[in-house]
Design a protein around this ligand. Structure first.
Ligand code: 6GU
Length: 245
């Protein structure tokens, strides 16, 4: 997969050199390029923003600068299919595990990270005539810019690429995975620590009882913390024991 990121703060994307994403880049599974938006400015001051039409506080990022940047970054010498353009914005559709899986199937993503009050709306309008564009939010709170949101989305996507996570089994039984539940609590050695015991059932070696306990815990946690997820479960996927939890 190829990922391009356009930002006025390239240094904000430095964590992409670390850990699992950094390793994916080293092994060639992932090609990441970070671009400084100011390379496409037209004036001595390298201006990327201007005052908003209609008035109001803050500044808006200029369409001409973004237009030229995206023309260059998304052209790839004019060969092959266009990338999918992701615009992180608190006004976007919510990012989900399902969306991460969808993006992980794309060969090429371009992230356009805005700052200030956002990017002139015509930039998305214009890009959408040539490529698929998704304006995406990572949650109901406001960040100073799209960079951290892009990091979040890229980490969620890259760990789904084949060969990136060592044991693909670890992708299956996790929160927001296939069963629609939050993950059950986990424990390792020692069996007793600061007076706290690992639940007896996990030491029993009885796989059936362990699986039942884990499902009960997942159901209980999900009902407590995320009742909205319980409402979304397929009723046919619940057994009688589930309903008693
Ligand atoms: Cl994607 N961008 C910004 N600036 N703030 C956010 C966000 C994105 N998602 C939630 N808050």
């Amino acid at each position: 997969m190829k990922i391009d990121i356009v930002t006025i703060f390239p240094d904000y994307l430095a964590p992409l050199e670390l850990s699992l994403v950094g390793k994916a880049r080293e092994t060639g599974l992932l090609d990441v390029r970070v671009h400084d938006l100011r390379n496409w400015t037209h004036d001595r001051h390298r201006t990327v923003d201007d005052t908003p039409y209609g008035g109001g506080a803050g500044m808006v990022m200029k369409p001409d600068v973004w237009g030229d940047a995206l023309d260059d970054v998304a052209s790839d010498a004019g060969t092959g299919p266009a990338p999918r353009l992701i615009v992180p914005t608190p006004a976007g559709v919510p990012f989900t595990q399902g969306m991460a899986a969808e993006l992980a199937d794309e060969p090429w993503l371009v992230f356009a990270c805005g700052r200030y009050e956002g990017i002139d709306a015509r930039v998305v309008q214009d890009a959408a005539t040539r490529m698929r564009v998704s304006e995406i939010s990572i949650g109901d709170y406001v960040l100073n810019g799209g960079e951290v949101a892009a990091l979040v989305m890229i980490e969620a996507v890259v760990r789904l690429l084949p060969g990136v996570v060592g044991n693909p089994e670890s992708l299956r039984e996790e929160s927001h995975g296939e069963d629609g539940l939050l993950e059950y609590p986990v424990y390792t050695k020692p069996p007793s620590w600061r007076g706290l015991q690992v639940p007896e059932v996990l030491l029993s070696g009885h796989h059936g009882r362990v699986a039942r306990w884990r499902r009960d815990q997942a159901l209980r946690l999900t009902a407590q913390r995320r009742p909205d997820l319980i409402d979304k479960l397929d009723p046919d996927a619940l057994d009688d024991h589930d309903r008693s939890v």
